[in-house]
Design a protein. Structure first.
Length: 494
């Protein structure tokens, strides 16, 4: 049986209406029911859309006869069909077939919880959208480097985008194929370069003339050949948070398009380097297509100039950066991206690479936290929870919005509260101005935390790193155990 979140709408409606309905449902947070697939789907293809972690299906009420096979239904499920939903019996939050109450009970809080199906579906969505190209999807490990998640992706044949020797080690430990690894980053050390050369990675994404020299020296010393791409800065405004825009003229990343040709010529003269591609990555959480297309066109211009000079490329890497819905964003559709790229690539015979992180894992995870105290001060109603900025840094660092919902049935209220953590910093805020009625001891789920949540966490305030739990159907697996106090000091004992 397939569990599906559904809204019974009177008839198929447009995507916009669906989104509005879902948004209303989401913000009221008391919604949705669960049903088996064969009770909700009719003879028409389900009309589906996603909203952040939540999925909405509409279907004509008149036709309830099951005509679609489960496989067909599964194929038509959207990216985040496996987001959290409310159980029909008691309105508490579930992920796949597991209640979040049960997870908190068993593993304690705070705790990251991931849906395996959501993760694999979003990877598959990338594969499907670009299937008419020769594509390699290189998951950006920095988004979430948990070994078990890497293992799941490696088993699907994913490639990986790494930025450190540590990430290389993780990918290899997870069984990732080194010939599907691209190595980005502005400060690759000699050691990291040597390790990647010995592992036999697909490509170094070179970010400066100095790095090119270092790569040449290391490859010469090891009597190996380093496959390279230049990461070109296409100088495109990605219209995202300044901390996560990487393609601006002033950015530390990549080489300016104006100097790229000269650098390629130089690379061609170095015997231990092999030019295989070109790369760009313009930023993160980008929700419109235009910046990607602008960057692509600049890159393609260079590709054609290189071809004219007798430097053909085996691949073009367009980086990651595709955004997700955290609140009310309307993330770009990957198939629209693919459609827009198609005519642009008809002259290019090689492979198309992507480096998505957030889009693969962002909506597959949530942070489960418990309310410790309520505190009223003249200006604010504070809800103090057991997760802090050391566990989830995004709200403090980028003023990022994460939806916060009660795990148990929500109570109606007009009151606005600020959700804050235990860390001794005023910036330790997880959400402000939320309409919530909660009591000490209540559980809250902070949504869309799969990307840049656990991977950016720290032990600040001597807070042990929190566990990560993977849900698959009715199974739960601890994929990173909660640290102990002994773990906190183990590297400091002589
Ligand atoms: N490729 C390169 C070279 C990157 O630098 C990044 C992200 C990616 C791929 C993956 O980008 P994505 O598809 O996940 O947007 N901590 C920030 C995001 C920093 C992104 C850094 N680079 C956040 O929490 O929003």
């Amino acid at each position: 049986m397939l569990d599906i979140v559904g809204f019974a709408l009177p008839a198929p409606v447009g995507v916009r209406t669906q989104r509005r309905a879902l948004f209303a449902a989401r913000t009221n947070a008391g919604f949705s029911h669960r049903a088996s697939a064969n009770t909700v789907f009719g003879t028409h293809d389900p009309c589906s859309c996603t909203f952040g972690n939540f999925s909405l299906f509409s279907f004509p009420q008149s036709c309830r006869t099951p005509k679609l096979s489960l496989t067909q239904i599964a194929m038509s499920l959207p990216l985040t069909a496996f987001g959290p939903y409310r159980a029909p019996t008691n309105n508490t939050l579930m992920l796949e077939s597991v209640s979040l109450n049960e997870i908190a009970e068993r593993y304690g809080t705070p705790c990251y919880v991931y849906s395996q199906s959501a993760l694999l579906q979003s990877y598959q969505e990338y594969r499907d959208a670009f299937q008419s190209f020769d594509t390699l999807v290189c998951y950006a490990v920095k988004a979430n480097a948990n070994l078990s998640l890497l293992r799941l992706l490696a088993a699907q044949g994913a490639g990986f985008d790494i930025v450190s020797g540590g990430e290389l080690f993780r990918v290899l430990q997870a069984g990732g194929d080194p010939r599907r690894i691209v190595f980005s980053g502005v400060a690759k050390s000699e050691r990291e370069i040597d390790e990647a050369l010995k592992a036999g990675i697909l490509c170094f994404n070179v970010e400066s003339a100095a790095e090119l020299q270092r790569l040449s020296e290391r490859a010469t010393r090891l009597e190996m050949t380093a496959p390279i791409s230049l990461r070109v800065n296409p100088e495109v405004d990605a219209r995202t948070h300044p901390y996560i825009a990487t393609g601006l003229r002033t950015s530390k990343f990549g080489v300016p398009a104006t100097t790229a040709l000269a650098l390629y010529r130089e690379a061609q003269k170095l015997p231990h380097l092999k030019i295989v591609g070109i790369d760009c990555h313009i930023g993160s959480q980008i929700t419109t297509l235009e910046p990607f297309l602008e960057a692509t066109d600049k890159i393609l211009e260079l590709v054609h100039q290189l071809a004219a000079e007798g430097i053909p490329l085996e691949h073009i890497d367009l980086g990651g950066g595709v955004g997700i819905c955290y609140r009310d964003e309307d993330p770009l559709s990957l198939s629209a991206y693919a459609t827009a790229l198609k005519p642009r690539f008809n002259k290019f015979q090689g492979r198309l690479l992507f480096e998505p992180g957030r889009r693969i894992v962002g909506n597959a995870g949530l942070l489960l936290t418990r309310v410790e105290y309520l505190k009223t001060i003249p200006e604010r109603q504070l809800v103090i929870v057991d997760a802090g900025m050391n566990d989830l840094m995004r709200p403090s660092l980028y003023q990022a919005w994460h939806e916060i919902v009660p795990v148990d049935a929500p109570r109606k209220t007009d009151q606005k509260v600020d959700i804050v953590g235990p860390v001794c910093e005023s910036s330790d805020v997880l959400g402000t101005g939320r309409t919530l009625d909660v009591q000490a001891g209540d559980l809250l789920a902070i949504l869309s935390c799969g990307a840049y949540g656990a991977s950016m966490s720290s032990r600040y305030n001597a807070r042990p790193l929190i566990p990560e739990v993977l849900v698959h159907g009715s199974q739960t697996t601890v994929i990173r155990r909660r640290e102990t106090y002994a773990d906190l000091i183990q590297h400091e004992l002589s």
